[in-house]
Design a protein around this ligand. Sequence first.
Ligand code: PLP
Length: 411
Amino acid sequence: MSNVEIADSPAVRRLADWDHAQLRELAEEYGTPLYVTDLDRVGANYRRFAAAFPDAHVMYAAKAHTGQSVLRALLAAGADIECAAWGELQRAIDAGADPNTLQYTAVNPPAHDLDYAVDLASDAPGLTITIGATDTLDRLAERGYDGRIAIRINPGIGTGHHEKVATGNDAKFGIPYEQVPEVADRVRDEFDLVGLHSHAGSGVLTDDLPDHCRAIERVGEMARRVGGLEFVDIGGGFGVPYREDEPPLDLEQTARMVRDAVGDIDAQLTLEPGRYIVADAGLILTRVNTIKPTPTATVVGVDASLATLIRPAMFGSYHPVRNVTAPDREPIPATVGGPVCTSADVFTTDRPIARPERRDILAIGNAGSYGYELASQFHSQPRPAEVALESGDERVVRRRETLDDVTRVEQ
Ligand SMILES: *Cc1c(COP(=O)(O)O)cnc(C)c1O
């Protein structure tokens, strides 16, 4: 990891590395559950990633965390932004992005999304639309669009932490591999073909790299077949260690393997990390409200739930949990769950945690990516506030919702 750490920050930030006294104060001051996002870490993650790929174009995949404060921090750090929906495009522009630098990855795009993107492109010819179906080309042509197009390839190989994110072999994503040259011809006739794109999976760590690189190899091969491209975009998918004993991705090795896999291309390499940039920059603070010893487990009830963070329920994801009130108490096997009426509403099952007591504050780590973005108001729970840390200051960047926020759209 040697020379990538040059960039000013360690390759991984564990939950134990956060200042526990500060976390306790934040919970007291702003209430729980509370999202905390360290914008300095967001910027550092971006710079470290970009340093590992010095001649590549690194965009941030906005859907991992689309908050204005995060987008602004990344624009300030020099990132461009990749968006997968019209609302993300608008929020990137609101944060100060030049629409000419945006890339819009259209996956089964609703009509409104295409209308929005075409309208945007009429004043911003630098906008790139990535298509994954020829049908989308027809719909763009109907709207009079003849601008920049990248073709998303289905490489036939998916990778990552869960089958639900292994997009590379899912027919839903991208043009089937063998149809790409023909589609490229059509795009050249009717539009401006600028790139090939692929995003094969998510949460890729060292063990998944060889598979991930096989997908990237196929993209490189196709780039050489099609030729004449401005860029080859291999998407995101770079993982972070969720478990305390997992090593972080070795960025230097990753960059070398990716380069080798793409091979010789006469085009700019583009990457679109989302999770890698924000995951370990965010956590959730939650308060213990109930302790229930049972014959099979000690159940620790907290005020965060699957409405706050759905990844464990949706993907079976592991998130580290620490007692930040009393990290030194002796650990007991704890099942930490929220107030939602389903057995899926648990963050840990029988995991050793410094013996929680009622009113303790627990921190749930690596919640910066696909955390708030997937939060819901299930059980009529107003969504939490979010506090950002930056250059020694803290500020509320999203106020806590009230019940009125939940009900105000009802008629
Ligand atoms: C979600 C997504 C990404 C980012 O994926 P991560 O796993 O968060 O890095 C990049 N590109 C596209 C097209 C995506 O849909």
